[in-house]
Design a protein around this ligand. Structure first.
Ligand SMILES: Nc1ncnc2c1ncn2[C@@H]1O[C@H](COP(=O)(O)OP(=O)(O)OP(=O)(O)O)[C@@H](O)[C@H]1O
Ligand SMILES: [Mg+2]
Length: 370
């Protein structure tokens, strides 16, 4: 799919902006704080109804204004649709082809995006919850089974934790009810483990190839590291180990008053030839590893959703040397739409930019340069 045009009204620093996009590469150049990220953010909000940036929704509306509007024309399977989001008084109105859409799930699937932002370095550097969050976001976009199971798992987890506290303090609490909750929780955990494993296996099919294309280094691999040691991800093995773990650690969990094992404590790491990039990776290596992870998602999207997502790549060239900048661009200049921001095009080979639309932001105005 491609986004053909974008119109912003009172969105962050833009009072009225109109852009047309090339079906393949688009580059937005501008110095710091001129509004490059804001453009990508607006497309992200248009696609997913919320921003990936921290903070509250009113921030999206221009200072002193009451209402922001994002509108985009999206083409998928030769069908052109107009998507629109109006943000006003803490509420969002969603429209497709001028008709208001009440159910968010009917809206979201109309524009698929893969976003890379400088904050994504936290996927390697940050805490495990950031990595679990990434898995949840990506898996929810391709599997409603995952999303439903994950929500049910969280409800059961909350119940189980409350019951653990009750069992410790009350002598009349009944362990047979607790056992039923545990059994139900195990069944949901099995599905989450299997879906996450399948997803990371798919990432591993491509991530090392992409990383090698950009860096000429081989041996990048993602390792799934649940906090229970499983011999395989077969249903029976998962069920057996989960039951055993909960039985063995009953006293410990009782003392903590919470569930200590399961997918809510999951972890994965990215290794380059057995070295965890969290501890041994340079800034550039970490950045390319995460970019490779995101680019490996393209094939997964294609497989599940039957369409190419749109790539939104914020500030991708900084920290990369000349060779890697060009290799990255070569990889992206394939059969996919990308919108890229950068402060400059220094050392970028012209041949990758021949067809691209290049926009430059100066004095608050965004203009096509070619
Ligand atoms: N709600 C708002 N109303 C008006 N202006 C805003 C609003 N929110 C942010 N801005 C302005 O947007 C600008 C930042 O834009 P953005 O983050 O897109 O910059 P950038 O071009 O990506 O910069 P960098 O290269 O540093 O990443 C700032 O000048 C900020 O004051
Ligand atoms: Mg920025």
């Amino acid at each position: 799919m491609v986004i053909k045009s974008l119109n912003l009204i009172n969105f962050r620093n833009y009072s009225n902006l109109n852009l047309n996009f090339h079906p393949k590469m688009n580059i937005i150049i501008g110095q710091n704080a001129l509004g490059k990220t804001n453009i990508l953010e607006s497309i992200c909000v248009l696609a997913l109804t919320k921003s990936y940036r921290n903070g509250v929704e009113p921030n999206l509306i221009s200072f002193g204004k009451e209402k922001a509007k994002i509108k985009g024309k999206v083409k998928s399977d030769k069908v052109l649709k107009t998507m629109e989001i109006i943000i006003e008084q803490g509420q969002k109105k969603l429209k497709i082809n001028q008709t208001e859409i009440k159910k968010i799930t009917n809206y979201i699937s109309n524009l698929n995006v893969i976003v890379f932002t400088p904050e994504d370095l936290e996927i390697i550097k940050g805490s495990p919850s950031i990595r679990r969050n990434l898995l949840n976001i990506e898996l929810s976009q391709i599997s409603s089974k995952y999303l439903n199971t994950y929500n049910e798992y969280n409800k059961l987890l909350k119940m189980r934790n409350e019951y653990l506290k009750l069992l410790l303090t009350s002598s009349i609490a009944d362990t047979s009810y607790f056992d039923i909750i545990t059994e139900k929780l195990i069944e949901k955990a099995i599905i989450i483990y299997q879906e996450r494993k399948k997803y990371l296996d798919l990432i591993n099919e491509n991530i090392h190839l992409i990383y090698e294309k950009i860096t000429k280094e081989s041996g990048l691999v993602v390792k799934y590291e649940p906090n229970i040691e499983f011999n395989s991800f077969d249903k029976e093995e998962l069920r057996k180990k989960l039951k055993y773990t909960f039985k063995k650690n009953y006293k410990k969990e009782l003392n903590y008053g919470m569930t200590l094992f399961g997918p809510h404590r999951d972890e994965f790491s990215i290794y380059l030839n057995q070295n965890n990039l969290k501890f041994f990776g340079s800034q550039g290596q970490q950045k390319v590893a995460i970019l490779s992870f995101k680019l490996a998602e393209i094939d997964i999207f294609k497989k599940y959703n039957n369409t190419n997502p749109v790539l939104l790549l914020d500030d991708i060239f900084s920290e990369l040397d000349i060779a890697k900048r060009n290799k990255l661009l070569e990889y992206i200049s394939k059969d996919i739409q990308s919108i890229i921001t950068t402060t400059d095009l220094k050392n970028i080979r012209k041949k990758y930019l021949l067809d691209a639309y290049i926009y430059e932001i100066k004095n608050g105005i965004v203009e096509r340069r070619n």
